[in-house]
Design a protein around this ligand. Structure first.
Ligand code: FES
Length: 145
């Protein structure tokens, strides 16, 4: 093999490898975006926050979060932004659902769409209760807010 041909072959295969790698990463973008920033927000004591209502609304990092205390006592948190066009949903205890006034979207207590135009569930936010102090902690990542 001539020297010139040898170098042409190296360039060709290196280019193909690079394209293959880019294609692979394009198919699995989470491999590139593994660096996730998680923000921890302490909201307060669960017993204080839920003393008068089963659902509370809080502004957290410029986003509206709805915390819902279920009949089991479990607490779930959702980004209040409707997944249809971004209006704010509200929890309606009488209907036991989240309602969006913009286009009539309805979500059940799990955040799943059950009526109207929304197709995707409400964005859940990881929530924990610190047992020792009864404090509610939200863990916000880039996808949740
Ligand atoms: S923005 Fe909520 S139903 Fe359209």
């Amino acid at each position: 093999m001539k020297r010139r041909t040898f170098f042409q072959q190296i360039i060709k295969y290196t280019s193909l490898s690079g394209l293959s790698l880019l294609t692979f990463l394009g198919l699995f973008p989470e491999l590139i975006n593994q660096k996730k920033s998680i923000r921890k927000v302490i909201l307060g004591k669960a017993s204080d926050l839920f003393s008068s209502s089963k659902a509370i609304v809080r502004k957290v990092h410029d986003e509206t979060v709805i915390l819902l205390q279920k009949q089991t006592g479990d607490i779930e948190a959702f980004n209040a932004k409707c997944t249809h066009a971004g209006c704010m949903v509200e929890w309606k205890e009488t209907q036991h659902a989240f309602l969006c006034k913009c286009h009539g979207g309805i979500f059940n207590e799990k955040g799943d769409p059950i009526a109207g135009p929304p197709k995707k569930p409400l964005t859940k936010i990881q929530v924990d209760i610190r047992i020792s102090s009864d404090e509610i902690i939200l863990y916000l990542d880039d996808k949740s807010v």
